[in-house]
Every structure is written in structure tokens, then in C-alpha cells.
Design a protein around this ligand. Structure first.
Ligand SMILES: [Zn+2]
Ligand SMILES: [Zn+2]
Length: 647
């Protein structure tokens, strides 16, 4: 027994220190704070280690009580649910044997050997119902340390070769069992207090998986599932999953004929189809215009550069081995690289003439296509590719101009976000690790100036930010943008990055007011990362319903029959003259079919023409998402269109 008066000091995340009797559990501590907290505690993090909320704490400790709102709380919930799934399977499929059952990013799986009993989607409901039936019994997860010999004896008797295989790798004295209800598993934990927390369960998928990932071993059945503490949260998750599937840019890219991939051209090298090219050019022109207004000078540089350029920049040393390999020429002494970054080229542009402090900032912008050899397993639609076009720019400025330049870039980024309908955005400021300053190049003074410049610029622009220490690159601090899309997913966009390294490597200089040579600061800036990635996000955010000005086909003219083809064609030409893009649907199809197809292709305006329209010189207008706008004279439609298309 622990003496009543023995107390331990517990430090909570807010820094407050409280005393509790030695042997108190996370759950005891939660109960003393509030009943509500006690009902929601899933696990406790004690001195950095996640453990059962029901395990005693015997010494002074930092304690964080984990709930559903903590990633580690969720992981504990889902891993505990894997035990519940196993319990349900054992009840329904006698003799089932178990491999491993970890939590994954969303949910969990268990690898099981059903001994030849069939298992498919049709069986999901039965298992879900059993899981919930067991969950309602509020069975406790009971931890029990076991000797290795006893553990082996248990699974030999049960006849589970996989657990015996796992036990082989474990040292005596480290082994624990966990039981809930009639089910016992080999596991180091931690788990939630009892199964009653699990209120909703859904089996998601079933697949084959070799034991220990080795194809020489037996293939087990991997059952993926997800659980939630509320049915409503599961429903929301399933709804978002369906929405995400509908919005997948790879699917929509194909359906809307925006881009394609060809094995013959090469993996990760997107081919922009005519409609996608229209979209992309519109977007580029929009950014180009905004950049000219913000004082950028456009430049164009080649797709390759001599290997020596990248030896100077340091890219060769750092990435050479893992990149596309050098390009040979008939001259054995020369080698070229596909450009992985535009910066070295822009440094050479800076050096084409002497620069004075009065010339700065110099802002060089390029839609520069770069090539990086991503592993084939990493490739994904337009978001991970091997050739892509950055909305790149490099700002060369004096140290005292960093803040102002950051403010201007933030302005530009927010202007574009607002125009494109991203209203929920945030940024991360990445600073030096103050404990380990030796890791970074550039003087203390420069770093402090740049870091406070970024922090102040973001604050003055009202940008919601989080600050991360130690996340800066070795060559400078940075600001990364994130947006949340229409269905709540977070996307990482591009960066504004201070660089003290390349100006040194390229020996960039300017003559200061003191008539002395100084080194400029370089700021890399690709707010959207790449056109490819940004368009992918745009597709997924809008579900393919682009704003009118970006839509590849803005109008579809739909004659009711071939009698009205001439009128439709005349109409088309007059709209084209007003810079309105689209097509006339001259197929021998019913009007209903033509409307449906235009809907599927997400054409914003449908212009229906028949007897009445051709006689009166009007069009019948349907706006996607709004329905029938009635008939109007052509001139009125052009006005309506032009009012909407303005950005
Ligand atoms: Zn476990
Ligand atoms: Zn750069």
C-alpha cells in the first residue's frame, strides 16, 4: 500500500504544478480537474511517453491528458479499436488468427488469417454490428505483464503462429498482454480505458497482405476500418471521403480533358491537353499581370544549365546523385543538367551588370519549368511530378528591405487567394533553432533582422500564423502558405524563403551608399509552388466548377435542331469577337442530351437557340448552378457575361 501522505508533483501542459497522491492515474488527475475531462480522457502522456490513462504515476512528472483532439489520443483510440475488431472477428469466425493491428493515418487495420473462411464487403455490416455490441458492454482494457514463457504457452495453446513469431523478437520482462472481454492480445499498449468510448464503427476495405510484408510468407487478410466517438463524426468523415473522391483532380482532369499522362512520354511528366492549356494560360496571365503591378521583371532562362552552374550553387553536391543525370554532348568535356531550380540562372542574371543600392530590390520573375527525379512510388497526379513549372521569382534586396518585400509578397498571395476563392488560409513561420545556431550560415545579426522582419510583416498583414523553431533551412528563415479547401482539407502551397547562401556562392554584390561592396539578400518566392500543384488544388477545391474567367469552355451554344445551325454559328462568331470562348454543339442529339453533356463538362453558360431566339435575335440562357435566366438579346448576354468574368 502507498502511504496516504506520499505526494507527487504533476506539471500540466499549461505549466501549472499540482500535487496528487503517489500512484494516481491519468484518469484520477482528470477526474479532479473536471468530470467532463474524465469522460474524454483516452490516454496520458507522462514525461513524453503515451501510456494507459489507468496506469499509476509514481513519481514527479510532466503529464498531458490526451483526448480525441490530440493526434496521439486518436491513434490510441484507433489502435484500441483494432482490438475490438479482433474480438468481434473471434466471436464471428472461430479459429481466426491474428497478425498485427496498428492505427494508421485515419483509422486502423488488422491483418488476420481466417483459415480459408470467405470474407468480403458483404460481411462488413455483421462485423460492425458485433463491434458495437461489444463496445456497449464497456469492457475495460486490462494490462497484464507476462513472462515470455507464459506468453509462449498461451499462444501455443491458442495455436496462433503469428503471435508466436512476434514473441520471438521480444525480450523477457518487456512483454504485456491486454484483455478486454473474452479477447486477449499480445500488445505493448497503450489503450483507451474501455470499449465504451467507441460509438461508431465502419469497415472500409479488405486487401491481401503478406505476413511481415514478405511475399515468401503466407498472405493474410488486411481489414481496414475506422471508428469514432460519435456517429455524427463518422457520418461526416464518410461524406467528406465521398466528396474527395468526386473531386479527385486525377479523375476530373481526365473527364474534363485537362491533362493526361503517357507511359511512352514518361511517368510524372504531364501532358497539357488543349482545355487544360487554356486554363493554365489564363492563370499564368493573371499572375503575370499581378506581378508586373507588384514591380517584378519577367525573365526567361533555358531548361538546362552547365553542370558547373550547379556545382557553384551546391545543388550538384546535395542532390546530384538522386537527380536526372547529366546530359552529354559530342564534346567530352562538357555536361549539362536539366534544371532542378531556377535560382542559379537568376543569380547569373543579377551578375550581368554592376548593381547599386539604388537598383534594389531587383525582382526577377519566371514561369520556370524544372525537373526533379521523384521516386516512382511518390508520383501522384499533378501534385507530385517530375517536370513542373514554378511560379518562381527571386528578389535581390538590401537587408533593410526584407520586411517590406515580405509584406509585398504577402499582399500578392492574398490577392490571388481571394480572387480564386480560398478564404481560409494560414502560414507557418520557420525560424532557427536558438539552441543550435552553429548549424546555420549567415551572421547572427542578419538572422535576427530577417526573422523579426518576417514576424512583423506577417503580423502587420494580419496573416494567421504558427511559428516553428528549428524548422528554418540552414540558409535562412521562411514563411509557408497553407489553404483549407471547400471540404476542409489542408493543402501546403509555396514558400517565401530568405537565402544567405546563394549570394555567397555566386559572390553577388552591390555598391552601397557608403561606396563599399555589400552582399544582397536573396528571397526565393514561389507562392503556389508550381502551376501543376496549384491547378490540382484548384480542381479539388472547385470540383471542376472553375470561376468563369478560368473555365476552358465558358459557353456552349445548343441549337434545338439543325434548322438553327446558321444562327448558332453567327452567334458563336459574335461572342468570339467579344473574347468569349466555347463551342457550338452541332451533334444530331436531342436538346436534353446536349444540356446534360454540357452540365457534365461543367460549362458555366448554356445558350439555347431555337425558333423564337433566331426570330428575335435573342438567346435562352442557363447558368450552371443557377438554372434558367430566361431569354435575352445577345448584347445583354455579353454584358452579363463581361460583368461576371472581370477579375
Ligand atoms: Zn494494443
Ligand atoms: Zn529559388
Amino acid at each position: 500500500m502507498i502511504a496516504q501522505d506520499e505526494q507527487i508533483r504533476v506539471t500540466l501542459p499549461d505549466g501549472s504544478v499540482r500535487e496528487y497522491p503517489k500512484g494516481s492515474t491519468g484518469l484520477d488527475i482528470a477526474t479532479k480537474i473536471s468530470e467532463g475531462l474524465a469522460r474524454n480522457v483516452l490516454a496520458a502522456k507522462v514525461n513524453g511517453v503515451v501510456q494507459d490513462a489507468t496506469l499509476p504515476i509514481n513519481e514527479n512528472a510532466n503529464v498531458q491528458l490526451l483526448t480525441w483532439n490530440d493526434a496521439e489520443g486518436k491513434a490510441t483510440f484507433w489502435h484500441s479499436s483494432a482490438h475490438l475488431l479482433a474480438e468481434a472477428l473471434e466471436a464471428l469466425y472461430p479459429g481466426v488468427k491474428f497478425g498485427i493491428g496498428p492505427a494508421v493515418e485515419t483509422g486502423f487495420y488488422y491483418d488476420v488469417d481466417l483459415g480459408g473462411q470467405p470474407f468480403s464487403q458483404e460481411d462488413f455490416k455483421k462485423v460492425e454490428d458485433k463491434m458495437l455490441e461489444l463496445a456497449r458492454q464497456k469492457q475495460q482494457y486490462i494490462r497484464k505483464p507476462m513472462s515470455k514463457a507464459d506468453a509462449i504457452a498461451y499462444f501455443e495453446e491458442k495455436g496462433d503462429p503469428y503471435k508466436l513469431d512476434l514473441l520471438e523478437g521480444l525480450a523477457d520482462g518487456t512483454i504485456t498482454f491486454y484483455s478486454q472481454g473474452d479477447f486477449t492480445d499480445l500488445c505493448r499498449g497503450p489503450h483507451i480505458p474501455n470499449t465504451g468510448f467507441i460509438k461508431a464503427a465502419k469497415l472500409m476495405n479488405v486487401a491481401g497482405a503478406y505476413w511481415r510484408g514478405n511475399e515468401k510468407n503466407k498472405q493474410l487478410t488486411r481489414i481496414y476500418a475506422v471508428t469514432y466517438p460519435k456517429q455524427k463524426e463518422l457520418d461526416e468523415y464518410l461524406f467528406l471521403l465521398e466528396e474527395a473522391k468526386k473531386r479527385d483532380h486525377r479523375k476530373l482532369g481526365k473527364e474534363l480533358e485537362l491533362f493526361a499522362f503517357s507511359e511512352k512520354v514518361g511517368a510524372g511528366l504531364p501532358l497539357w491537353l488543349p482545355k487544360g492549356t487554356v486554363l493554365r494560360e489564363r492563370l499564368e496571365n493573371f499572375l503575370r499581370k499581378a506581378q508586373v503591378r507588384a514591380g517584378y521583371s519577367p525573365v526567361v532562362t533555358p531548361h538546362i544549365g552547365s553542370k558547373q552552374l550547379y556545382v557553384t550553387s551546391g545543388h550538384w553536391e546535395k542532390y546530384g546523385e538522386d537527380s536526372f543525370q547529366p546530359i552529354k554532348t559530342p564534346n567530352p568535356d562538357e555536361e549539362f543538367m536539366l534544371k532542378p531550380m531556377n535560382c542559379p540562372h537568376h543569380c547569373e542574371i543579377y551578375k550581368t551588370k554592376p548593381r547599386s543600392y539604388r537598383d534594389l530590390p531587383l525582382r526577377l520573375a519566371e514561369f520556370g519549368t524544372v525537373y526533379r527525379y521523384e521516386q516512382s512510388g511518390e508520383l501522384h497526379g499533378l501534385t507530385r511530378v517530375r517536370g513542373f513549372t514554378q511560379d518562381d521569382a527571386h528578389i535581390f534586396c538590401r537587408p533593410d528591405q526584407v520586411k517590406e518585400e515580405f509584406m509585398k509578397v504577402i499582399d500578392l498571395v492574398l490577392y490571388v487567394f481571394n480572387t480564386l476563392g480560398f478564404s481560409d488560409y494560414s502560414a507557418q513561420i520557420s525560424l532557427r533553432d536558438p539552441e543550435n545556431k552553429a548549424k546555420y550560415i549567415g551572421s547572427d545579426d542578419l538572422w535576427e533582422k530577417a526573422e523579426s522582419a518576417i514576424i512583423e510583416a506577417a503580423a502587420e498583414k494580419g496573416l494567421p500564423t504558427v511559428t516553428e523553431l528549428g524548422e528554418a533551412a540552414f540558409y535562412g528563415p521562411k514563411l509557408d502558405f497553407m489553404v483549407r479547401d471547400a471540404i476542409g482539407r489542408k493543402w501546403q502551397l509555396g514558400t517565401i524563403q530568405v537565402d544567405y547562401n546563394l549570394p555567397n556562392r555566386f559572390e553577388l554584390e552591390y555598391i552601397g551608399a557608403d561606396n563599399q561592396k555589400h552582399r544582397p539578400v536573396m528571397i526565393h518566392r514561389a507562392p503556389f509552388g508550381s502551376m501543376e500543384r496549384f491547378i490540382a488544388i484548384l480542381i479539388e477545391n472547385s470540383g471542376g466548377n472553375f470561376p468563369l474567367w478560368l473555365s476552358p469552355d465558358q459557353i456552349a451554344i445548343l441549337p434545338i435542331s439543325e434548322k438553327y445551325e446558321d444562327y448558332a454559328n453567327d452567334l458563336f462568331f459574335s461572342l468570339q469577337e467579344n473574347d468569349i470562348r466555347g463551342f457550338v454543339d452541332l451533334r444530331d442529339e436531342k436538346i436534353g442530351r446536349k444540356i446534360r453533356d454540357a452540365e457534365v463538362n461543367k460549362v458555366p453558360y448554356m445558350l439555347i437557340v431555337g425558333d423564337k431566339e433566331s426570330a428575335e435575335g435573342t438567346v435562352s440562357v442557363r447558368r450552371k448552378g443557377q438554372g434558367d435566366l430566361g431569354s435575352m438579346p445577345i448584347a445583354d448576354f455579353i454584358k452579363t457575361f463581361q460583368a461576371e468574368v472581370k477579375v
